[in-house]
Design a protein around this ligand. Structure first.
Ligand code: GLN
Ligand code: ZN
Length: 761
């Protein structure tokens, strides 16, 4: 009666980002197609072997991709938008790349498909597009070839595919009047053919990922789930419907009633669903329990998990499977390659490779068949966890005491915006339509090189700081020449807006190689928040102070906000996210106070990740928004009335969170609007948003230089919705990815646009 052990998916990038290197070399013409395919095959074989070595009963096929697994399903079912011009025959590799990034070594360039975050992760998928006349057909052999490859290597195989409902749920309709669900029958028919082909290849189990089941589904979609899976019932394979990233909640009955052979549930995010699922699971179904956290990097408490899973084993016997909670795509590959991590901390962690060992041991312990190696692993986990719980490096009593002493007044400015605005106008003396930028200026080769040399130790601190000061002086001079009203120091010293702060805060750790795929060949290396966060000393003050000394204009200080720092890090699992966030907010509060003391009278606290922190279920939004807003305010509400707080968010959806945005009570918010023709200001207008707004008029994602009239036009539209005296003129976002050759004329036009506006208002 052994428990089957599997994983929902494994990272594909390789322990040393081999995939990134191969794919980018292929795009640049340095690697030919065969060599790229070989590199992919080598990675798959390595990853399957690692799964077998760890003791998994099946390897997972279908989680590999040269770019994105959702895109691969679009290709597999032939959902290629017409502009890519592939109507018949198999869709080739380069067409997939063109869909992903607009161009490839062969084929005509075309507008890439939209990309967006996969549920609440930092992984981005390519949004499937649906057009009128949409047909589906099997349009790629890749999946079947990979199954063959795994069989040839002698592995027992389970195939994974994004399920039909979730694929459709993630898709966007591109033709008016088209209804996504109207395409379901045709789509499911093609899924049926795919499953038949897999069955013919001897595949016994297919895992269909349906994380849409942990979201609020309209009833039409709930019914569609039933209908689709009834249609797939006759497939010659067993289906495992995989849910993750949260609880099934009101979709629980629906999920249990689907006519499939098994269900996977996430116990890391939603352990409370184990009992109800156990009670109601039909006799003929397998239950796969996602016990090991696939979204975080902490070592599991194997003994506690084994105890929690014992009743499931007693009840289900062989019908119990054990797995990580979700695909391991969302964690770094292998802890073994971390040679510089503090050994004490390293023992507390588990990356994908270690998580495979954890699931395998957990299953054997649950079965009562553990061997000496398992017992050792249990003991190691016990002692590492005990050490972590007791560690003085995690617990900083000062931080807890400060948090306990906080009062409501600490998250409120002294006066209401209207009063502050008067004080700020007097203090700052800014013109109507003040001009500013979002913070960063072009990060030139020379800047990157200087930072690299300093980090590697070949440049002394003095020399580094001197060069950074030169850079700041140059950036300030250019802004003066352009005539910008509120200059910035340019952020030359920052590699990344989270890492820069994390490196200076206690409680954060950094890996050498902890890469996680973000999109395509792009990987990120999120910091690990392991302990109470405290700021040992000022982080940005000397740069801002120096920049201010070079100008009479009010220099804007620049910080990353608490929610964004939290959101883009691996977080502690031993306390709620909101507590970690409050600690970060306190550290930033000290920085804000120090900046003010140093004579900085405008401070921007960036929160580009504020929206992506929203929970997957609407019912949980308010709680999140409450604490996220409070954290922002905790970091900001320490300054006098005449000090102006800015925030910046780079997206274009505010309707459903406008109340929270207003509650943040930033004196000025700068947002991304240039592409949306100021339409998104409607949300602010309809809400009677009371404070100042800088709607971006320069699309920094494009190399095009915006003209004066274009920007004046946009601001005219803005002024129809927001009173002119509360409007700022600025770009959409930071300028770090652009070159000076574009930035200088663009900002000159922007300043000229503001000048013309002032004459008219
Ligand atoms: N201040 C940052 C910059 O200008 C903001 C970046 C962001 O919002 N993503 O680069
Ligand atoms: Zn931005």
């Amino acid at each position: 009666m052994t428990t089957l052990v599997h994983t929902l998916g494994y990272p594909r990038i390789g322990a040393h980002r081999e995939l990134k290197k191969a794919v980018e070399a292929y795009w640049q013409g340095e690697l030919d197609r065969d060599a790229l395919e070989q590199a992919g095959k080598r990675l798959r074989l390595t990853h399957w072997q690692e799964q077998r070595d760890a003791g998994l009963d099946v390897v997972t096929v279908g989680d590999f991709s040269f770019y994105d697994q959702v895109l691969d399903v679009s290709v597999l079912v032939g959902a290629v938008p017409p502009r890519f011009g592939q109507v018949a025959g198999d869709v080739d590799l380069d067409t997939g790349f063109r869909m992903a990034r607009g161009r490839a070594p062969s084929g005509e360039p075309a507008a890439a498909c939209e990309m967006t975050k996969y549920f609440d992760t930092n992984y981005h998928y390519l949004v499937p597009e649906l057009h009128t006349g949409q047909r589906f057909r099997i349009a790629s052999q890749r999946l079947f070839d990979e199954v063959q490859e795994a069989h040839d290597a002698g592995h027992p195989v389970k195939v994974v595919l994004t399920g039909p409902l979730t694929w459709l749920w993630l898709a966007k309709v591109k033709s008016e009047g088209l209804e996504r669900l109207a395409l379901l029958d045709a789509l499911v028919a093609t899924y049926g053919e795919i499953l038949a082909r897999l069955g013919a290849l001897g595949v016994a189990w297919v895992q269909l990922d349906e994380p849409a089941l942990v979201q609020d589904l309209p009833s039409a979609w709930q019914r569609a789930f039933q209908a689709a899976y009834r249609q797939l019932q006759s497939a010659p394979v067993k289906l495992l419907v995989a849910t993750y990233f949260g609880a099934l909640g009101d979709n629980l009955e629906l999920a249990l009633a689907l006519p499939v052979a098994g269900l996977h549930i996430d116990l890391a995010r939603a352990p409370q669903q184990l009992d109800p699922v156990l009670e109601r699971l039909p006799q003929d179904k397998v239950l796969s329990l996602g016990a090991i956290d696939g979204r975080n990097v902490w070592r599991a408490d194997l003994r506690a998990l084994a105890a929690a899973l014992a009743p499931a084993k007693a009840r289900l016997g062989e019908r119990l499977w054990i797995a990580p909670s979700c695909s391991l795509l969302h964690v770094p590959v292998d802890l073994a390659h971390e040679t510089r991590l503090d050994p004490a901390l390293k023992r507390w962690l588990a990356f994908a490779r270690q998580k495979l060992d954890e699931v395998a041991t957990l299953a054997r312990v649950v079965d009562g068949s553990e061997g000496a190696a398992d017992r050792q692993r249990l003991e190691e986990a016990d002692s590492a966890l005990a050490a972590r719980r007791a560690s003085r490096r995690i617990h900083n009593p000062r931080v807890g005491e400060r948090l306990a002493r906080l009062e409501a007044a600490d998250t409120r400015r002294d006066s209401a915006y209207a009063v502050r605005a008067v004080a700020q106008r007097r203090h700052l003396q800014l013109p109507l339509f003040p001009t500013t930028t979002i913070g960063s200026f072009p990060q030139t080769q020379a800047i990157r090189q200087t930072r690299r040399e300093f980090k590697q130790g070949s440049l002394s601190r003095e020399a580094y700081e001197a060069r950074m000061r030169e850079e700041i002086a140059q950036v300030v001079a250019r802004q003066a020449a352009l005539g910008l009203d509120v200059p910035v120091h340019g952020e030359a010293e920052r590699n990344d807006m989270v890492e820069y702060f994390g490196e200076q805060l206690d409680g954060f750790a950094f890996t050498q190689n902890g890469w996680v795929q973000s999109y395509g060949s792009r990987c990120v290396k999120p910091p690990v928040i392991f302990g109470d966060v405290e700021r040992p000393q000022a982080m940005t003050v000397r740069w801002s102070e120096y920049a201010q000394s070079l100008t009479d204009k009010p220099m804007k200080g620049m910080l990353t906000g608490p929610v964004t720092i939290l959101q883009w890090s691996f977080v502690r699992d031993d306390q709620p996210r909101e507590v970690s966030c409050r600690q970060i907010a306190l550290a930033l509060r000290d920085e804000v106070a120090d900046l003010e003391r140093a004579g900085i009278s405008i401070i921007q606290i960036d929160e580009p990740a504020f929206r992506e922190g929203l929970p997957l279920r609407q019912a949980e939004w308010q709680h999140y928004l409450d604490w996220a807003v409070a954290c922002f305010q905790l970091s900001a509400a320490v300054v006098r009335d005449e000090t102006q707080i800015h925030t910046h968010m780079c997206y274009s959806e505010f309707n459903d969170i406008i109340g929270a945005i207003a509650a943040m009570d930033a004196d000025v918010i700068t947002i991304e609007t240039s592409r949306s023709d100021m339409e998104l200001l409607d949300a602010f207008h309809d809400f009677d948003y009371p404070n100042e707004i800088g709607p971006g008029v320069y699309d920094i994602h494009s190399p095009n230089i915006p003209t004066v009239t274009w920007m004046v036009d946009l601001m005219d539209k803005a002024a129809e919705k927001i009173p002119a005296e509360r409007l700022w003129v600025n770009p959409d976002c930071g300028l770090k990815t652009r070159g000076w050759a574009e930035v200088e004329p663009a900002l000159a036009n922007l300043v000229e646009a503001a000048r013309l506006l002032r004459q008219r208002f």
